[in-house]
Design a binder for this molecule. Structure first.
Ligand code: URA
Length: 244
């Protein structure tokens, strides 16, 4: 057999021949030992017990999927590394790509107002996305991009250990829950993600286009707060008015 699938055997033979010749030359020059520095494996996944900082370090200047070619900044996530509540969105947009922070554009400002209505700040919760690099022209994330990024989202959540997750919009909900069900069916009730209750709701960008659905999202946020109060046995977090 002269060829194996995916490997050019002649190229491999030539590489081995050149390596042998190089080592032989070094021996003749009196070199007794060669040191080989292995580059960090580009696909190396984060360790399960990593801290958030270690997850970020393992991610590095990621080139694991094609989105790295068009991004300006990796949008890792922001907020409290021990947050009880994590919001997971879809993907960075233009503003997020510029600033390196999730949800800072118009949809992000609405998310901040939702948090304020819940009597929470961005610093108290943790905010991230299914994928960490902006897709070109804000197109939908593709399956290979979600797959490449997912180990890092899982590791972030393992590090934070939130009591609750709120999935913002179709992509976040479908990617986290591995389902094709529409957000309209998924929202408003709790699902399970690696043992953490997930409440899907409409994406803030959808609310900007459909402001009449703000009431629905506020109902979902109240559900989230009630669940947290039960889980943590604390006083109600908010008896707040709706957001606008
Ligand atoms: N939309 C998202 O889903 N995530 C962001 O970070 C910004 C907008």
């Amino acid at each position: 057999m002269s060829e194996t699938v995916g490997v050019d055997i002649e190229e491999l033979r030539e590489l081995i021949r050149q390596t042998r010749a190089h080592v032989r030359r070094q021996q003749l020059l009196g070199v007794e030992r060669l040191y080989v520095a292995w580059p960090e494996h580009p696909g190396k996944p984060p360790e399960p017990s990593s801290t958030l900082a270690q997850v970020r370090q393992t991610l590095g200047e990621c080139t694991r999927c094609k989105l790295h070619t068009g991004r300006k900044t990796i949008v890792f996530g922001v907020g409290n590394p021990q947050a009880w509540l994590v919001f997971v969105g879809e993907a960075p947009g233009a503003d997020e790509d510029q600033q390196g922070e999730p949800f800072v554009g118009r949809a992000g400002q609405l998310l901040t107002r939702i948090l304020e209505a819940m009597k929470l700040t961005r610093e108290q919760v943790y905010i991230c996305n299914i994928i960490k690099c902006r897709p070109p022209a804000n197109r939908n994330p593709e399956p290979d991009e979600i797959a490449a990024c997912e180990p890092f989202l899982v590791a972030q959540l393992q590090a934070i250990k939130p009591k609750l997750i709120c999935a913002l919009g179709t992509f976040a909900a479908q990617a986290l829950l591995r389902t094709k069900e529409p957000i309209s069916k998924l929202r408003g009730r709790f699902h399970d993600y690696h043992g953490i209750p997930v409440l899907p709701t409409f994406h803030p960008a959808y609310l900007l286009r459909n402001p009449h659905e703000k009431k629905t999202v506020w109902e979902d946020m109240k559900r989230l707060m009630r669940e947290y109060e039960q889980l943590s046995n604390t006083e109600p977090l908010a008896s707040a008015p709706e957001f606008s």
